[in-house]
Design a protein around this ligand. Sequence first.
Ligand SMILES: NC(=O)C1=CN([C@@H]2O[C@H](COP(=O)(O)OP(=O)(O)OC[C@H]3O[C@@H](n4cnc5c(N)ncnc54)[C@H](O)[C@@H]3O)[C@@H](O)[C@H]2O)[C@@H](O)CC1
Ligand SMILES: Nc1ncnc2c1ncn2[C@@H]1O[C@H](COP(=O)(O)OP(=O)(O)OP(=O)(O)O)[C@@H](O)[C@H]1O
Ligand SMILES: [Mg+2]
Length: 371
Amino acid sequence: MVTRAEAGAAVAGAAVVALLSAAFALYGPPLDAVLERAFSLCKAHSIKDMENTLQLVRNIIPPLSSTKHKGQDGRIGVVGGCQEYTGAPYFAAISALKVGADLSHVFCTNAAAPVIKAYSPELIVHPVLDSPGAAHEVEKWLPRLHALVVGPGLGRDDALLENVKGILEASKARDIPVVIDADGLWLVAQQPALIQGYRKAVLTPNHMEFSRLYDAVFRGPVDSDDRHGSVLRLSQALGNVTVVQKGEHDILSDGQQVLVCSQEGSSRRCGGQGDLLSGSLGVLVHWALLAGPEKTNGGISDLKLTIWGPKIEMRVKARAQGSCSPRTVQPSPGGCVRRLLPHQAVLPEARSLHHHLRHDRRGGDRLQQAL
Ligand SMILES: NC(=O)C1=CN([C@@H]2O[C@H](COP(=O)(O)OP(=O)(O)OC[C@H]3O[C@@H](n4cnc5c(N)ncnc54)[C@H](O)[C@@H]3O)[C@@H](O)[C@H]2O)[C@@H](O)CC1
Ligand SMILES: Nc1ncnc2c1ncn2[C@@H]1O[C@H](COP(=O)(O)OP(=O)(O)OP(=O)(O)O)[C@@H](O)[C@H]1O
Ligand SMILES: [Mg+2]
């Protein structure tokens, strides 16, 4: 059983990998040798293999400072939340805050707003997504947002999807990075041209969403014998947007290279884990862009690496909590048995990871030694 300290370290290490995936598609140059070694297609890598990447992660994480103003380190917007789904946008928005964003907004339907507002006073919830002027209402906020996460809990109502189409157009016009997940990917599968060639888009499909998107673009099934090639081809066909196919092994490509994260994860397959990832990515992508190539050994800072962190974070933490699968349950202090959902395990860790990597610049080294 991994101890909490080890899990914390591993989570931080995971974030190392995650954050380093930042700006994959933005600066374009091929990955640095360090990353190649850490993420080659073949073997699983211990976090130790990513020692150098740890330093790159620290470079990307904006230091805390009394000279900063509220929101400077991240103002993230989540577009999603409808009658059926209020948890997904909450998980995405609160994850962005726990990882380190300063402000987190949710743009959802009128019916979902009071529910999501009730979950947390930390979220700024706008009940606009099903209003006639939804795209205009969200567009008013875009100048004050650093990144958008589009799709968690969006649902598939045509009128809502039409509003989100306008929001995506407005975001691209302002060069705002967008993470597209869940039913945002349902929309993209219907209209791939919406994000064609938009290098600041990161798509995070699960197995089903990837199959749908692949079929929509290639009019045929995914080649299950060549999943790496399928992810590479889909990214290329969409104009080198960053594609992250979530699964037992996460496969990421910008149409130039393919990275595989084979860090063992939680075997729980409960709803919400992808939402945590997309929300975390929203702030990490912003930090990566803020850091720029000079902070990450020249062009290493790629969206590719940013994607890894939240995912490995969840995987490693959930495994450490022993809450991975129905077969292993988490005995709680009172002796009764309860099953910790991965997101219950991950959110606190995401916060402490953020603390380590921001408050204590040596945090990464210490965590590294613990691994
Ligand atoms: N608490 C909440 O509010 C949640 C809301 N969610 C929202 O629900 C909406 C739909 O998301 P879903 O992920 O359910 O929809 P998907 O269209 O991705 O999946 C549909 C169904 O496919 C099946 N499936 C998944 N992976 C599979 C695999 N590898 N092989 C075979 N079958 C597989 C599952 O039964 C799944 O329910 C999204 O907007 C999402 O954000 C989910 O994120 C879960 C949590
Ligand atoms: N079979 C698996 N084994 C281990 N980890 C997995 C497996 N499938 C997915 N994961 C990991 O779980 C996380 C969420 O992936 P998942 O496929 O559950 O997303 P999702 O279906 O979008 O979740 P959500 O319910 O939030 O929509 C990802 O980081 C992924 O790497
Ligand atoms: Mg999902």
